[in-house]
Design a protein around this ligand. Structure first.
Ligand code: FAQ
Length: 318
């Protein structure tokens, strides 16, 4: 492409971003914009798919038929979110096979939160309440992100996440108002999921390598720290209603800032988990690779059927 032409396109692109217009797959975009979106959208897709595993583990052990149905629906929703997101990512010129390969080889990341184990039924409540709660806070701003297919996928995802959050909070409410043992289970789950939930928002703004550029492109609408603070401010009153204690002795309302102050996050633990050394990283990837390998016959059958259909259409046309 001629330099002049390229310059014009870059100006048009910047103008569209400034006017809050969506960038669509066929529009010209800087290569770095395309690659950054492939990175974030695919990591988001992988998180949804890997995120099915800790909860899937409890489908057969849900305490009632109603709980089983709700959990099944939630896990299926997460599969759907992964599929929308992989489709959105493919519009940027990458194949699904390439994306899966990156996940299986460990070259693509997925959210740190899904590398923690689900030890009791209360963990399913805590995931819905805290993890989906954090996901909503992170993803509502993404409904207005600059890349059209990602923004549109996020609208439905957020609506479904909101149902997930409520089913989690309902589980916590029942347990917190139940027997002494049930309340202890709820408190124990909160103790184990609180800090990893804060880590979901990513490193501090000072440490985040992508935030500045992503904010400029309106891929991210709020910074990691701003979203984390919003989560704390929203969640503490919910814990108070449950009469559960947030496991942070430094947590305190700051009347001047009109926000909660909270204690230091263990960033060493966060990076260990991100680098593959969390409690369940190996187990999660092994499960995904196994599912991919065992699904080979389904993919082959689908391709064979599609080939047969197109042969038949061709025959008819002749
Ligand atoms: N885990 O410069 P930043 C869900 C990486 S979906 C692992 O701040 P960025 C639904 C980051 O990739 C949950 N890695 O990066 C559900 C980068 O590494 P790279 C997923 C993390 O992209 C609920 C490096 O650190 N949500 O929960 C994490 O600007 C219940 C530097 O970080 C999304 O993906 C982390 N927590 O900001 C399912 C939302 N944080 O790529 C089942 C969309 C950071 O250079 C059950 N994504 N890293 O190698 C985002 O908003 C952003 O990508 C952030 C990170 C905020 C996650």
């Amino acid at each position: 492409m001629k330099t002049e032409n390229l310059k014009d396109r870059a100006i048009l692109f910047e103008q569209k971003i400034a006017r809050d217009e969506k960038i669509e797959p066929k529009d010209w975009m800087p290569e770095k914009y395309r690659k950054t979106h492939i990175r974030q959208i695919s990591q988001h897709a992988h998180s949804e798919i890997v995120g099915m595993l800790p909860e899937g583990n409890w489908i057969t052990r849900a305490p009632s038929m109603r709980r089983k149905v709700a959990l099944l629906a939630k896990v299926q929703d997460e599969a759907g979110h992964g599929l929308y997101l992989y489709s959105a990512c493919e519009t940027l010129g990458v194949t699904r096979e390439e994306l899966y390969a990156q996940l299986h080889e460990g070259t693509a990341k997925y959210s740190s939160i899904f590398n923690y184990p689900t030890l009791t039924w209360a963990d399913i409540g805590a995931i819905g309440w805290l993890v989906d709660g954090a996901a909503i806070i992170n993803q509502v701003p993404l409904c207005t992100t600059s890349y059209g297919p990602y923004a549109r996928a996020m609208v439905r995802v957020c609506k479904e996440e909101s149902f997930h959050q409520r089913q989690g909070y309902e589980i916590m409410t029942i347990l917190a108002n139940g027997t002494k043992v049930q309340k202890e289970m709820a408190q124990d789950a909160l103790n184990r999921w609180w800090w990893p939930s804060l880590m979901m928002f990513g490193p501090t703004d000072a440490e985040s390598v992508h935030t500045a550029q992503s904010m400029q492109w309106k891929l991210k609408r709020k910074t990691n720290d701003a979203l984390r603070q919003q989560f704390v401010d929203q969640t503490v009153p919910q814990a108070d209603i449950l009469d559960l204690q947030i496991p942070d002795p430094a947590l305190k309302w700051n009347p001047e800032r009109k926000q909660y102050d909270f204690g230091p996050i263990d960033w060493e633990e966060f990076w260990q988990v991100v680098k593959g050394h969390g409690p369940c990283n190996q187990e999660r990837i092994t499960a995904r690779v196994k599912a991919w390998e065992e699904g080979e016959w389904v993919r082959d059958a689908a391709v064979a059927y599609a080939d047969k259909q197109s042969d038949a259409t061709l025959q008819k046309a002749i």
